[in-house]
Design a protein around this ligand. Structure first.
Ligand SMILES: *Cc1c(COP(=O)(O)O)cnc(C)c1O
Length: 356
């Protein structure tokens, strides 16, 4: 079989979840949207099991998969419902929707619910993506509380730049949140991974760690708490061909890379159809038998090429790690002009194997 695969370390996932809990002392929703950032939502949720205080997903489709797998904990729908017809299932399965716009409030007004909802009410504290404005928030809050349609209401907001501590934006968003929710009783939830790792003032009652569960830092710099994370996904393959190439020869599509010296070039069974970024430039790091070398030549659909000239002991069949332990996905992402989130979510075709 083709050797490309992702090895998912579930004990590392549990370690990272426990880190989020121990840093904050809060209840933590394990964010497993988008198939647990490409790691497999069912497997990841099973690995956390009873230990998870709750889960967060983007939509009801993802939540129902977790309920079908037997999870009884709270499941927050981060974008609530998209059509009022979903409310029936939301009640039936006790899913916790985020309410973030007036259309949803209008849906609730006319809904005939079998029981009141445990809802979360979103404040736009400055990211300007979803949520009610500071001016609207208290009024919507009061209307929902008086409506008989909600059993509990949790205040939620989301940070735009918690991964950039120097910008002052998170302090502003916190201040805005405090103002808008002053006097509104009940639990609150503010922090994503960057909040959990760097913003103790923003812990609230529930935290929402996503990327950190998968062992990747949200920061573009070394950070003390993030250094305790363990990578969960190892994206691995093998060298499937080796060629000695003279100096001055082009390698691969578009002749992007031209050998500067007599070179040994290894062909690896990994390409953009697997989710490896096609935009990875020459020089993007790769581990071959645990040693760093780099991409040389354009990434193609099923294969990529690496420089083995300085790794004489490596060759046909050598183990290749594209990211994981020993090679931070964030570093690879940065080379390719993206973030680890996208590398993980783009994982495709390769089988996922699990350990731990
Ligand atoms: C995805 C998401 C999170 C998790 O963010 P990370 O940066 O992955 O920790 C938290 N809250 C909301 C509202 C989200 O959409």
């Amino acid at each position: 079989m083709r050797p490309a695969h992702a090895l998912i370390d579930l004990s590392a996932l549990r370690h990272n979840y426990r880190l989020a809990k121990s840093l904050t002392g809060c209840r933590a929703l394990a964010v497993v949207k988008a198939n647990a950032y490409g790691h497999g939502a069912v497997e990841c949720a099973a690995a956390l099991g009873e230990e998870a205080d709750g889960f967060a997903v983007s939509a009801i489709e993802e939540a129902l998969v977790l309920r079908a797998a037997g999870h009884r904990q709270p499941i927050v729908l981060l974008e609530g419902w998209f059509e009022p017809a979903e409310l029936e299932l939301i009640c039936q399965h006790d899913l916790w929707p985020v309410i973030h716009h007036h259309g949803q409030v209008a849906d609730l007004r006319v809904a005939n619910l079998r029981q009141p909802l445990n809802a979360w009410l979103k404040l736009d504290s400055g990211m300007h993506r979803t949520g009610f404005s500071v001016a609207e928030y208290p009024q919507v809050w009061r209307e929902l509380q008086a409506s008989g349609k909600v059993a509990s209401l949790t205040k939620i907001t989301h940070f735009a730049r918690a991964d950039e501590p120097e910008t002052g934006r998170t302090e502003q968003q916190l201040e805005t949140f405090m103002q808008a929710t002053a006097g509104l009783e009940g639990p609150c939830s503010l922090s994503n991974s960057a909040g959990v790792l760097a913003w103790p003032s923003a812990y609230g009652d529930w935290v929402r760690p996503g990327i950190m569960l998968y062992g990747s830092s949200p920061f573009g710099f070394a950070q003390e708490q993030a250094a305790q994370l363990r990578p969960v996904m190892q994206l691995d393959s093998r060298v499937i061909a080796v060629h000695d190439i003279a100096a001055g020869e082009p390698i691969g599509y578009g002749s992007r890379f031209v050998t500067q010296r007599p070179s040994r070039i290894g062909v690896v069974a990994m390409g953009y159809a697997d989710g490896y970024p096609r935009h990875a430039p020459d020089g993007t790091p790769v581990l071959v038998d645990g040693q760093r070398t780099c991409i040389s030549g354009r990434v193609s659909m099923d294969m990529l090429t690496v420089d083995l000239t300085d790794l004489p002991a490596s060759g046909l069949g050598s183990h290749v790690r594209l990211w994981g332990e020993g090679l931070d996905a964030g570093e690879v992402a940065q080379c390719a002009g993206t973030i680890s989130y996208q590398l993980f979510c783009n994982l495709n075709r390769v089988p996922r194997h699990y350990r731990g």
